[in-house]
Design a protein. Structure first.
Length: 204
């Protein structure tokens, strides 16, 4: 009997991992579409650009719904693909992948390890931890994304152009961060109950 239970447990884990992989792919696609088609580009000195977008919101949402690993990988892949298909961003794709992956991991760790948001029915506690985890991830992104890209642009564009670009990038990133937190928190709280009802809510 115990052998049957162990076999059933392994099969259940395989099915869960498969579902998580599928949903990670869905979030990668959503993130790519949102960034590529629902964004506002702002030109910067040296022929570059920064973008006001909601791609980060879906990176965070993925980490909240799918956990640290699958959620962060899905979001990171989506925004990296968006960079790879854009001639102005293609050389920065590796930077994007690393930053968004770490951002998602931070969100997932706060939400699931500290807040245990999928294991409680206390709506106020869930909301509090969703805000905390989303803010933690976006603070990391808001600081390191412009900074790392700044040093990259010094090498490519020169210090003067990079300095101007840094100021613009920090401003745009701050706007993206605030909007992303609001959108992500609203979406997660709205999706939480419906996903539970249809059996698509993952508990970590």
């Amino acid at each position: 009997m115990s052998e049957i239970n162990r076999t059933d447990g392994k099969e259940a884990k395989k099915r869960m991992h498969l579902r998580l992989m599928i949903f990670a792919a869905v979030f990668a696609a959503l993130t790519y579409v949102v960034f590529t088609f629902l964004s506002i580009p702002i030109p910067t000195p040296g022929g570059g650009k920064v973008t006001i977008h909601l791609g980060n919101a879906f990176c965070i949402l993925g980490a909240l719904l799918l956990g640290s690993v699958y959620g962060s990988v899905g979001g990171a892949i989506g925004l990296t693909l968006a960079d790879l298909f854009d001639p102005l961003y293609i050389t920065q794709a590796p930077i994007t992948f690393v930053i968004k992956l770490i951002m998602g991991l931070i969100v997932g760790l706060f939400a699931h390890k500290a807040g245990r948001i999928t294991r409680t029915n206390d709506t106020k506690a869930v909301l509090r931890w969703v805000i905390i985890s989303s803010t933690a991830g976006m603070l990391f992104n808001a600081f390191f994304d412009p900074l790392i890209r700044y040093f990259y642009k010094i090498i490519v564009l020169g210090k003067a152009a990079a300095d101007v670009s840094l100021v613009i990038n920090m401003g745009v990133t701050a706007v993206n961060s605030v909007v992303s937190i609001i959108v992500c928190v609203a979406l997660y709280m709205a999706l939480r109950v419906p996903l539970k009802k249809i059996g698509m809510f993952f508990v970590f």
